[in-house]
Write a protein that binds this ligand. Structure first.
Ligand SMILES: Nc1ncnc2c1ncn2[C@@H]1O[C@H](COP(=O)(O)OP(=O)(O)OP(=O)(O)O)[C@@H](O)[C@H]1O
Ligand SMILES: [Mg+2]
Length: 359
């Protein structure tokens, strides 16, 4: 059912990002000058437990989620999680601005039927009115999202097993786009009126969200991430995957590593980003994006922002919401200082606690 009632405030939810490398969870509180981290945790997952953001080994995920749950106060009962990958379809459609909510819903069902390659009773659909259409002010842009219900249910069930009620199942790209709010002050003044590419590079998935005037207007995912780099180290130096992962993170590798493995990986990463930017530009009619903001564990790879900036000519930064409007207690700030960027999707999910709430 598509809902249309807005109530005043959303329940407080832990944002839980179930990635293939780690589950990351965070609870935020809102203050006059921004947001504060109340609690946070990341729990590693067994390789293969989550693939393409799909839960493959329920037991491992459940175990990790129970560690997550214990980290938060007992009073925390609600969570916001996300779906992504091939189960999710999104599209911006244009509708007559004068349509009533009811007419909008019927038209959305027709559009959804055309967009989705499954029968409508296998999918859950949602929509959100964005801005007035820039080419035709009599129309509004409406973002339509659809996901296979079984993928949504898998996330709801996993959370339910640890006594967390999934109040929101978002689309990962939109959660990433929402986290822009936390880093907008990290960018030069006026960035909130520009086109910003938020790019999260995880272990297996690269998520792209284009944010224009603060609204996410385009998302895309590619199967590409740091695990590919780990595997290159593994095969080049004949290491186990575990040792290669360790060596990658500590940087304890032979000197030729930069040339032999890092540089080819950077080239591949650049190609992936260029391709997505191209698709975004073609579909939006934009010539380029104004800024690139990198996040995810793999954005910690040495020199990544500089390579992207010099190759693409676009100002590129690594997300650090502590330079934006996020704060934390001193101890948490110190712990998170160097790896805050991997929490961007979880932040975007946790921010749903403070967004408009539709029932
Ligand atoms: N200091 C570091 N240097 C290089 N790579 C790192 C570093 N720290 C973490 N990584 C890499 O980041 C990746 C994990 O990032 P992240 O936590 O964002 O992934 P994920 O969300 O679990 O995965 P995905 O979204 O792709 O399913 C791993 O490949 C890990 O090796
Ligand atoms: Mg991720």
């Amino acid at each position: 059912m598509l809902g249309n009632l807005w109530t005043k405030s959303a329940p407080q939810m832990v944002g839980i990002d179930i990635g293939s490398h780690e589950i990351k969870a965070v609870l935020l509180s809102k203050h006059t000058d921004g947001f504060k981290i109340v609690n946070h945790i990341s729990v590693p997952l067994r390789k293969g437990a989550v693939v393409d953001h799909d839960i493959r080994e329920q037991e491992s995920v459940s175990e990790a989620l129970s560690i997550v749950k214990r980290r938060f106060p007992k009073s925390v009962k609600y969570a916001a999680a996300s779906v992504s990958g091939s189960a999710v379809m999104t599209k911006v459609i244009y509708m007559d601005a004068s349509l009533s909510e009811e007419d909008m819903e019927s038209q959305i069902e027709i559009e959804a039927d055309n967009l989705i390659p499954y029968s409508l009773d296998e999918v859950s659909i949602d929509f959100e009115t964005l801005n007035v259409n820039s080419a035709d002010p009599s129309k509004v842009d409406v973002l339509l999202s659809a996901c296979r219900t079984e993928n949504i249910d898998a996330k709801i069930d996993a959370l339910d097993q640890v006594d967390l009620e999934a109040k929101v199942i978002d689309v990962e790209g939109y959660a990433l786009g929402r986290s822009f709010e936390l880093i907008v002050d990290q960018l030069p003044e006026g960035a909130s009126d520009k086109v910003v590419a938020m790019i999260d590079i995880g272990a297996n998935i690269l998520t792209f969200a284009a944010v224009e005037k603060g609204e996410t207007t385009f998302i895309r995912e590619q199967t590409f991430g740091g695990e590919q780099f780990t595997q290159s180290i593994q095969s080049f130096y004949g290491m186990t995957n575990e040792d290669a992962e360790k060596a990658k993170v500590t940087g304890e590798l032979p000197r030729d590593y930069m040339f032999e493995v890092l540089s080819p990986f950077q080239t591949q990463l650049l190609q992936q980003i260029k391709r997505t930017l191209q698709i975004f530009c073609t579909s939006s009619g934009k010539e380029n994006v104004d800024y690139i903001v990198l996040s995810g564990g793999t954005a910690r790879l040495e020199g990544i922002a500089n390579v992207i900036m010099s190759e693409l000519g676009t100002q590129t930064i690594i997300a650090n919401p502590f330079k934006g409007c996020l704060s934390a207690d001193d101890k948490d700030t110190e712990i998170l200082q160097n790896n805050i960027g991997k929490y961007m999707v979880a932040f975007g999910l946790a921010l749903r606690s403070y967004a408009q709430w539709r029932t």
